[in-house]
Design a protein around this ligand. Structure first.
Ligand SMILES: [Zn+2]
Ligand SMILES: [Zn+2]
Ligand SMILES: [Zn+2]
Length: 141
């Protein structure tokens, strides 16, 4: 069983140079804070809030984490999702959703295959929170 969002990791590994190229094209360098946040999100097993990132990367204050995450988001390297009443960040891979175990919080990603069309709207975004009971919790049922 995969414990990490597989394709997101793959996309990042493959796209290491693409990330640098994307930053450079927009006039940004891959600074230490940007690299730290990207690396952190790459190994994170679920989307993380700025606060959670800051708690691990103590060398970055919360404001820098926010600034960095929002910059990466504006460059479409990172997506921002809603979790309860906070924003969480996630490395951009293919469109995806997260499925969360309602018993232990274990999280995996599932590929999104939704397409919505409405002629009166552009840039339609959607969010979906899926819950279920994970493999190891099923064994404890
Ligand atoms: Zn995500
Ligand atoms: Zn579970
Ligand atoms: Zn979807």
């Amino acid at each position: 069983m995969q414990t990490i969002c597989n394709y997101v990791k793959l996309v990042y590994m493959k796209a290491d140079n693409n990330i640098i190229a994307t930053l450079q094209k927009a006039g940004y360098r891959l600074t230490k804070p940007r690299l730290l946040v990207l690396r952190f999100l790459n190994q994170a097993k679920k989307p993380c809030s700025a606060n959670e990132i800051h708690q691990v990367i103590k060398s970055l204050d919360l404001a820098s984490v926010y600034r960095t995450a929002h910059l990466l988001r504006s460059l479409k390297l990172v997506t921002m999702e809603r979790r309860g009443d906070e924003n969480v960040f996630c490395l951009t891979g293919k469109p995806h959703h997260h499925i969360v175990c309602s018993k232990c919080g274990y999280t995996e990603t599932v590929v999104c295959s939704h397409h919505f069309n409405n002629k009166n709207f552009i840039n339609i975004e959607h969010q979906l929170l899926l819950t279920g009971v994970c493999d190891s919790c099923q064994k404890k049922l």
